[in-house]
Design a protein around this ligand. Structure first.
Ligand code: UDP
Ligand code: MG
Length: 202
């Protein structure tokens, strides 16, 4: 792991990566373009925490290469594949930002929504979550199982978890600190974030 600088960045972007070598450069390019266009971040007040979750492809070497070229990148390598939720938890534990954007590495969620999410947080939200209006590139079976999953979770849980959201979220530091203090070992991050409270907006 390499740390870019000691000062606290305004924004950390955290992405779990499993066999994402082919898309990583594009991910960094899109994230950087979005960050550079935001006045509050333009001066370099951001870091990208990329977590290699025991990939079998060239994810780690690609990540190291990108980190060598981009000082904003913090590359983390897990010793084996732990799965999406634990890889994300690892990234969230090392990130240092005042605000934290969680985004999948496969670009299924558009980084270009960041300015709007930042605006909602400026307005007082502690959690801003993306909501999927359509599932691009996913087949009918995945759509059906995903719809069933959210409706089942809704029945089982006391806490309403917004439907059809991934983990695509902007969190305030205080919301993240509450999340990180939760001792659950089998972690379902989007459910846990719903549970913590504060103002949460789609
Ligand atoms: N991922 C991970 N570990 C895994 C599986 C996936 O870190 O064991 C990452 C993956 O690289 C992606 C995110 O988690 O950034 C979501 O994975 P995927 O796209 O497979 O999930 P889905 O889109 O079906 O929710
Ligand atoms: Mg995906």
């Amino acid at each position: 792991m390499s740390q870019p600088s000691a000062s606290v960045p305004h924004l950390s972007i955290v992405s779990p990566c499993h066999n994402e070598a082919a898309g990583l450069a594009e991910l960094v390019r899109r994230l950087e373009a979005v960050c550079r266009a935001l006045p509050s971040l333009a001066a370099g007040g951001y870091e990208f925490v990329l977590v290699d979750d025991g990939s079998q492809d060239a994810t780690w070497s690609t990540m190291q290469q990108l980190a060598a070229d981009h000082p904003a990148i913090v590359a983390v390598k897990l010793a084996r594949n732990h799965g999406h939720q634990l890889a994300l938890t690892a990234g969230l534990s090392v990130c240092r930002g005042e605000r934290i954007l969680i985004i999948d590495a496969d670009l299924q969620d558009p980084p270009e929504l960041l300015p709007e999410m930042m605006r909602l947080m400026d307005g007082g939200a502690d959690v801003v979550y993306g909501r999927r209006r359509q599932r691009v590139g996913e087949g009918p079976l995945k759509k059906l199982t995903a719809a069933g999953f959210y409706r089942l979770i809704e029945k089982l849980s006391d806490v309403p978890i917004p439907r059809d959201t991934g983990d695509f979220r902007l969190l305030s530091r205080r919301a993240l600190d509450v999340l990180l203090a939760m001792p659950e070992r089998h972690r379902f991050i989007r459910g846990m974030v719903s549970w913590i409270g504060f103002r949460q907006e789609p």
